[in-house]
Ligand binder design. Structure first.
Ligand SMILES: Cc1cc2nc3c(=O)[nH]c(=O)nc-3n(C[C@H](O)[C@H](O)[C@H](O)COP(=O)(O)OP(=O)(O)OC[C@H]3O[C@@H](n4cnc5c(N)ncnc54)[C@H](O)[C@@H]3O)c2cc1C
Length: 375
């Protein structure tokens, strides 16, 4: 008889778990408390960003996730752009890190250091002034989070007959039952993908784990005029200090020391600046990283200005008019782990804590989780 699974949460982790379970033959129901998913997954850049993942298991998982994204977007006729990325550098210590990175990664990924001319020919938005070069990687893909979070439930229903119920807030889980107030769902397997709000259902598990939350401020421009395209996803020097992929570079320590003096406020707010252009021409910009359990509910204009000031050092668009600002919150492990998988009782799994890499890792992670825990 076909086994049933209930997935709680229709963010990217819940969608990926639902897909992986359905492929393994489960009859899957997804319960999402909101009328549509409005958590971290719809608030991000839509960057599938393998270049940020360290070589080995996580890079392999990111590349698998990338393939699944492309396949789902093709099947669902959703926009995506396999545009790769450029990380622009403007100081010798930044150039040293990207040279070292390409040396270390020669056998593992398609990346190289471009001179300024070549970088600008890929991305006409790059400012020529002070540009020393850029790290080119061909593996990054941009999706539109607003489009894919709305459309994937429809695509997954069509492909795998996954049932989605929106506006169903899960109030309690006790295997094999999932309670939405008085309404009860039953399943052999229950997977909890409730994002940063994990502790509402599992306060003790949350309190006992090395996990915290992170608030990120974001901005979006109006559509660029005349179908102007940025060419690639872009970032610059500060991003080198943000992703685990660069930690193997011995030259990174010197750069980090320099930033403490040259960019103290950027470090204070965890700001590094990235830009991704959506299919409709809008450019998503961010971000800052503030860690804690409770945040100021209001966004800081000062942080947004710091982001835009740094952007001005390396990117110029036809229009920088800002259409929207917002913040998102995700759960992140404090022990360096790439995710949290817990089994609070037999038949129930919690999948959480993907930090800033949920779009990059979820589909691959979900397949690994099903393979490992739910054979
Ligand atoms: C601003 C920002 C930028 C980012 N940029 C990127 C990026 O470019 N690339 C990348 O790889 N990652 C990025 N990330 C990280 C990525 O967005 C997260 O890792 C990912 O979205 C986490 O997905 P999730 O499904 O765990 O959480 P969420 O998307 O928050 O989904 C959790 C869902 O669970 C639902 N839920 C919670 N409790 C219940 C309940 N009791 N009953 C029913 N439903 C419930 C919520 O309503 C929500 O829809 C970014 C994150 C942010 C915030």
């Amino acid at each position: 008889m076909t086994k049933k699974a209930v997935v709680i949460g229709a963010g990217i982790v819940g969608l990926a778990m639902a897909r992986a379970l359905a492929i393994r033959g489960f009859r899957v129901t997804v319960l999402e408390r909101s009328g549509r998913a409005v958590g971290a997954s719809v608030r991000n850049f839509g960057m599938v960003w393998p270049i940020g993942q360290p070589t080995g298991k996580l890079l392999e998982r990111a590349m698998r996730t990338r393939s699944i994204w492309i396949s789902l977007c093709e099947q669902g006729k959703l926009w995506y752009d396999p545009c790769g990325s450029l990380l622009a550098v403007h100081e010798q210590d930044e150039l040293d890190v990207i040279h070292e990175f390409t040396e270390l990664n020669r056998a593992h990924r398609t990346c190289e250091v471009f001179d300024p001319e070549r970088a600008i020919s890929k991305c006409p938005a790059l400012c020529r002034d002070k540009l020393l070069g850029a790290l080119w990687s061909d593996s990054e893909v941009i999706v539109d989070p607003r489009q894919v979070l709305a459309a994937l439930p429809i695509v997954l229903k069509e492909l795998y007959d996954i049932q989605f119920y929106f506006g169903k807030c899960v109030s309690h889980v006790s295997h094999p039952r999932v309670f939405c107030g008085r309404e009860v769902f039953e399943a052999e397997v229950i997977v909890v993908c409730s994002g940063y709000d994990f502790e509402t259902l599992y306060p003790e598990a949350f309190a006992s784990q090395p996990i915290t939350r992170c608030k990120l401020q974001m901005l979006r421009t109006v559509p660029q005029p005349d179908s102007w395209r940025m060419g690639t996803a872009c970032s610059a020097g500060l991003t080198l200090t943000h992703y685990a992929a660069f930690r193997d570079c011995a030259s990174l320590a010197k750069l980090q020391e320099r930033y403490k003096v040259s960019h103290p406020e950027y470090l204070q707010y965890g700001i590094h600046v990235m830009a991704s252009q959506q299919g409709n021409g809008e450019i998503t910009l961010g971000d800052s990283h503030e860690y804690g359990l409770t945040f100021e509910p209001f966004d800081s204009d000062h942080i947004n200005q710091l982001i835009l000031n740094y952007l001005d050092l390396f990117l110029k668009f036809p229009t920088r008019r800002i259409a929207q600002t917002w913040h998102g919150i995700y759960a992140k492990m404090t022990n360096g782990a790439s995710e949290l998988i817990l089994e609070p009782e037999s038949g129930v799994l919690i999948v959480n804590g993907l930090g800033g890499a949920g779009m990059t890792l979820s589909f691959g992670l979900a397949e690994d989780v099903v393979e490992q825990y739910l054979k």
